[in-house]
Write a protein that binds this ligand. Structure first.
Ligand code: HEC
Length: 358
């Protein structure tokens, strides 16, 4: 209901909603008051049933799945009839909502037929043997009419619900807001119990004294606050005991933890882990590069860094008793080289060398 009422702009009930900014384009929830031309006053109850349960317009066109009809496939004829009666009581509004602003290729509604083939599944809401009636009622509401997964389950690139991340939260709601995880582990960690969750769905007040923000505030104001206490408890029972085992555990911590809006504890832990990993990796690389530079610098000889300007000099140091001559050659360059050569003047070969190098 809240989608079709632009509360922020003080719009009239069901006369058309605030535009939903999605990756596929901007969708404007239409006027669904009983006005004969601007709204759905010209529809028959059969048209209405087809739209709500099957997501097909009276003209036979598929609706974009921003209209969460996939959750309503299990509505009974009686429920459709009750809903239709309720819609007829809303004051008609004569202004039609503006058209969607959806870019190519999503502007072709025919493409939706493929999407429907890939993603359209009726929710599983039939009663399960061996589970309590509140649990079954909760499942019917959560998986069906209340369409909690529409916001709390992430979506694939094609905009279908990502079944592998059911209820694990969604970071990219229309307009860029976030819905946290409502998986049982995270709810327990957040201090939720059947009682305080049912109360929050009635009043919008959280156990820590805060209040629901964003679209969840509208879900409560326009939706769950109108349910019976038993239905709200049923929703909480189903969420806190998703297997229907009848065993609802106590919350893991009291809800004193700081609330990181939109951050689930699981995501937070993951982010911390990746940060710690990144820092460790950076330190490792830094240490390696440092060690390499250090060893290279250590083996460098500073004398090599200046051009060698030396001119070799040689001097006869002594004439030995056997007639040989001892000559010392100095190359006093960056590296001191001293060569000592002894030779006999009349011999062919020079007797090489006593050679020193420092
Ligand atoms: C239109 C989108 C939307 C729908 C539909 C929706 N939610 Fe939410 N929900 C949100 C957003 C956004 C928040 C975060 C609110 C905040 O940060 O204050 C939220 C928060 C919550 C939280 C608080 C979780 C926490 O750990 O703080 C619970 C519990 C919850 N929703 C349950 C439900 C249930 C049950 C339903 C179905 C009846 C539902 N939601 C349907 C958008 C939605």
């Amino acid at each position: 209901m809240s989608c079709h009422t632009n509360a922020a702009a003080k719009g009239l009930a069901l006369a058309g909603g605030a535009p939903l900014d999605t990756p596929f384009g901007i969708f404007v929830p239409p006027n669904i008051t009983p006005h004969p031309t601007a709204g759905i006053g010209g529809w028959t109850i059969q048209d209405f049933a087809k739209a709500v349960r099957q997501g097909v317009s009276p003209e036979g066109d598929p609706y974009y799945p921003v209209f969460t009809y996939s959750f309503y496939a299990g509505f009974t004829d009686q429920e459709i009839a009750d809903l239709w009666e309720a819609f007829r009581t809303v004051p008609p509004v004569a202004d039609a909502a503006p058209a969607h602003d959806v870019g190519f290729p999503f502007s072709f509604r025919s493409g939706l037929k493929l999407w429907r083939a890939a993603y359209l599944d009726a929710p599983e809401t039939d009663a399960l043997m061996g589970t309590s009636s509140p649990w079954n009622r909760g499942r019917l509401l959560v998986e069906g009419a209340a369409h909690c997964a529409a916001c709390h389950t992430g979506r694939t690139l094609a905009g279908g619900l990502d079944d592998s991340a059911r209820f694990a939260g969604n970071d990219s709601l229309p307009g860029g807001s976030k819905a946290p995880s409502i998986l049982v582990a995270d709810l327990l960690e957040g201090g939720w119990t059947v009682a305080n969750l049912a109360y929050a769905l009635q009043t919008g007040l959280l156990p820590n004294g805060d209040a629901f923000g964003g679209s969840m505030a509208e879900v409560v104001a326009e939706g769950t606050s109108y349910l019976t206490d038993a239905d709200r408890e049923a929703i909480a029972t189903y969420l806190l005991d998703p297997d229907g085992s009848g065993d609802i555990r106590n919350p893991l911590v009291l809800s004193r933890r700081p609330r990181w809006r939109g951050w689930t504890t699981r995501k937070w832990r993951w982010a911390m882990r990746t940060r710690v990993l990144a820092v460790a990796l950076a330190l490792g690389v830094f240490a390696l590069v440092g060690a390499f530079i250090w060893t290279t610098v250590r083996t460098l000889d500073p004398r090599d860094t200046v051009a060698d300007q030396s001119v070799p000099t040689a001097e006869v140091s002594e004439v030995l008793p056997d007639g040989r001559i001892d000559v010392q050659v100095y190359v006093l360059g960056n590296r001191d080289v001293r060569l000592e050569i002894q030779f006999t003047p009349d011999a062919d070969a020079i007797d090489l060398p006593l050679c020193g190098r420092t």
